[in-house]
Design a binder for this molecule. Structure first.
Ligand SMILES: [Zn+2]
Length: 86
């Protein structure tokens, strides 16, 4: 489990997050909350849950597919997919 230092938690604008979430539609709230809580069905999570064969991110095959890596991966196929999605 990811442990976040107390000093870092105090820097988060919790009120701003609450206001932003309040403005979202229900389906958007669900996906954003899953991202925030690292609960998207990534290969890393599925691997832990049910022993999926590989947890590697399919675009780069270099590291485990988790929410952070999905947004940070610099592999060309990952960035082109991201640019199409936004
Ligand atoms: Zn990657």
């Amino acid at each position: 489990m990811l442990r976040i230092p107390q000093a870092y938690l105090q820097k988060i604008d919790w009120e701003g997050i609450e206001v932003a979430i309040y403005k979202l539609q229900d389906q958007e709230k669900s996906s954003k909350m899953k991202i925030m809580h690292d609960y998207l069905p990534t290969r890393c999570l599925l691997s832990k849950r049910n022993g999926q064969n590989s947890s590697l991110y399919p675009n780069c095959q270099k590291t485990s597919e988790n929410v952070l890596h999905v947004f940070q991966c610099s592999h060309r196929s990952a960035t082109s997919a991201y640019n199409v999605a936004i």
